[in-house]
Design a protein around this ligand. Structure first.
Ligand code: URA
Length: 233
């Protein structure tokens, strides 16, 4: 990890202050002063600032039940940021792993571990995500087959990857996709002439949302490790 990031993870400094301390020559790595913020360090290195060897805080991994009408963003906009739900120190260090639209509710993951989030969102991992979808019109009989074969979305070069549709009733379905394209679920249903009236993410990989609206919890070590395992599909 970068030295400035390590300083942030082991002190109360923010990124700008950490960079300044490094550039002023206040930080040593294995006995040598390092003045480059982007210098790569390992947690086993002896990193000293103000006469103390620094120890990085452990990374955090969080599940949140995102309420409707909240933004997947660190800042408020037309709606409040979902970060208002998370009463935790240094929440600003967390980032969202796979955003949801403001009018979508459900499972959101947050972390300060960029390598972990990359394991979930990297396209070749094809991490499955299941959405409960409420539809304007009754689901047509050929939609499951079309989604399974892949469909053409407007302004996209490639067909969507095979997706699985389970019909609950004529206006309620579960859709599992392995990509994360912009407004993907809404655009898939638009492409078959229907419209999404309600959208809720229930699972990411093996992880199932098990919280009330607006609640959050830390993931267990096993839940964290599951995403680092080989391929999810
Ligand atoms: N697909 C959408 O259209 N919106 C979301 O929020 C998530 C997936």
């Amino acid at each position: 990890m970068r030295l400035d990031k390590f300083l942030c993870k082991s002190t109360d400094l923010n990124r700008a202050a950490a960079t300044l301390c490094i550039e002023l020559g206040e930080v040593s790595v294995n006995g040598c002063i390092v003045t480059e913020a982007r210098f790569q360090v390992h947690e086993n290195n002896s990193i000293v600032w103000q006469g103390e060897r620094l120890v990085a805080r452990p990374s955090r991994y969080i599940m949140l039940h995102k309420p409707l009408n909240t933004l997947s963003s660190n800042v408020d906009g037309d709606y409040p940021s979902l970060f208002h739900c998370i009463d935790i120190e240094r929440a600003e260090d967390l980032h969202i792993v796979g955003r949801l639209d403001a009018d979508t509710s459900g499972l959101v993951l947050l972390t300060d571990d960029g390598r972990w989030s990359f394991e979930i969102i990297r396209p070749d991992k094809q991490c499955p995500k299941t959405y409960r979808v409420m539809l304007r019109d009754p689901i047509a009989t050929d939609v499951a087959e079309k989604f399974s074969a892949g469909i053409q979305l407007q302004n996209e070069a490639k067909l969507t990857a095979a997706a699985t549709l389970k019909v609950i009733n004529e206006r309620e379905v579960l859709l599992t996709i392995t990509e994360g394209r912009y407004h993907q679920v809404k655009r898939m249903f638009a492409a078959v002439g229907n419209r999404v009236n309600g959208l809720h993410r229930e699972t990411i990989g093996d992880l199932q949302l098990d919280l009330a609206v607006g609640d959050w919890r830390f993931l267990t070590a096993k839940e964290v490790a599951n995403f680092m395992a080989a391929d999810l599909v």
